[in-house]
Design a protein around this ligand. Sequence first.
Ligand SMILES: [Zn+2]
Length: 245
Amino acid sequence: MPGTWNGILSTSRSELLTLDGLPWPVELRAHPRARAVRLRLDEARERLTLTYPRRISRRAALDWAQKQGDWVVRQLLRIAPAEPFRPGATIPLEGQDVLLHWEENLPRMPRLCAGRLECGGPLSAMAGRVERFLRAEARGRLSEATADAAARANVSVRSVSVGDASSRWGSCSSSGAIRYSWRLILAPPHLLRWVVAHEVAHRRHMDHGPQFRALEAELFGGNVRAARAELRALGPRLKRVGLGL
Ligand SMILES: [Zn+2]
């Protein structure tokens, strides 16, 4: 019955907001559970989302957002520049700098060779090939680390997949499907292992309570707080790798 859903559906539409003299597309979401008007910036895509409670009018929410130009500019200054996959660019891979080397006559399939990621074939296809290579590397490494942690925790994992969620490094469904951001392959290996430990610990505890934290720490075997802080600091850069022209 549609009426049943009335209370939990959120409506969404786009508007153009002028902030600091520049037009910004902003997605509007009237949400019944929102307590206050909130503006969020998707750093990787430079897109704004405005969430507001149902009791506030769209106009009032937009008026409020219109005054947040300073905040948006401050957030943008924090954002790392885009790092497209192009010849001569240096990208992080497992925390190490790797040079992207392209020559038309090299094999099309990217391969790691002495600190360089080499790729051949048409230049126009290079960025896509590099991203597919990195996603495959990420899937392999994350599957391996997840299987290892799951065996130690004595839990089952139904599936491991990689995607490109902008706000989360990993997620674990109650049915045991774990999904990670492929960008974890760019981070130093211990940060990937921490995210894996976190998601695998969710196979036993779906909350973030003391028992969950103890298992997460045990599976990770390192300093969880330090790892979280490190990934938070690195995040903006990792999320921009491969973006831009
Ligand atoms: Zn969690």
